[in-house]
Design a protein around this ligand. Structure first.
Ligand code: F6R
Length: 263
């Protein structure tokens, strides 16, 4: 795992955008795993502004609420359309989200896994992190080998997402269809972005704490190619910062990003 700490949210987002953009330019038919949520809005705005082509890219989102049709403004299908898909040259047929309206959710979950496999697996999976430590909607005690399935959301997650539902946590659907932790770990590369002081505790647990299903994001420690991009506030509780900064300043892979972000 590599931890890259930037001085503020803007530069953390900027570095994340540049990394995704580079992967897309290097491999135009990239299979890209996508996340939703507040943190990602600026990433999608940055990708749109970059002008990078998504014409051959295929995307798979991490999750979708159960019971919200794509026409519902709070569905993740609607979110993706608004923030990214309607603004870039992606072929809608190449965009995939778990189908939270499926009459048979177990079948829909299996079919989603099949679609990822048929695309050759995910090259780069973008991740946020919830205050309960989730990646996707893998709430505490999600098996570290779990696959796409329906999951009940914790009260903490419904509270965290209430802002998009008029501030009413009860209005947030209680269940979601989500890629499993095991599904996420099969992506060839992981890129987790977290910003803000509210994420500092959970980032310290995920990055430096023990591997535990109580914090599903701690599973990223198992991944051979994982980057965690943070702003100063989200990094506040990390103890190994000096070393992480040293790596970022010295690894040849980061040279072009150091120059661009330090401009
Ligand atoms: C959403 C998802 C979630 C979010 C996480 C952070 O697709 O996978 O894990 O990334 O809840 O959300 P924000 O960015 O709103 O704090």
């Amino acid at each position: 795992m590599e931890v890259i700490i930037r001085p503020d949210r803007l530069s953390a987002v900027d570095l994340t955008v540049r990394l995704i953009e580079k992967r897309l330019r290097d491999k135009p038919d990239l299979v890209l795993g996508l996340a939703t949520g507040r943190t990602m809005e600026a990433v999608y705005a940055g990708l749109v502004a970059s002008g990078v082509s998504f014409a051959r890219c295929r995307t798979f989102n991490l999750d979708e609420y159960i019971g919200l049709p794509a026409t519902n403004p709070n569905s993740y299908a609607h979110y993706m359309h608004t923030h990214l898909f309607s603004k870039v040259d992606i072929d809608p047929a190449n965009t995939h989200l778990p189908y939270g309206m499926a009459p048979d959710l177990k079948l829909a979950a299996r079919e989603y896994e099949d679609r990822i496999a048929a695309a050759g697996g995910i090259d780069l999976q973008l991740l946020g992190i919830g205050q309960a430590g989730h990646i996707g909607f893998n709430e505490p005690l999600s098996a570290l080998m779990s696959r796409t399935r329906d999951k009940s959301l914790t009260p903490a997650t419904r509270q965290q997402n209430a802002g998009m539902f008029g501030g009413d946590a009860q209005a947030v659907p209680s269940r979601a269809l989500t890629m499993g932790v095991g599904t996420i770990l099969e992506a060839r590369e992981l890129l987790l972005l977290a910003c803000g002081a509210a994420k500092a505790g959970v980032i310290a647990s995920a990055v430096e704490g023990p591997l535990t299903s109580r914090v599903s994001a701690s599973a990223i420690q198992l991944h051979p190619s994982c980057k965690v991009v943070l702003d100063d506030d989200a990094a506040a509780e990390l103890t190994g910062r000096e070393y992480y900064d040293f790596v970022f300043s010295n690894e040849p892979e980061w040279a072009e990003f150091r120059e661009e972000t330090d401009r």
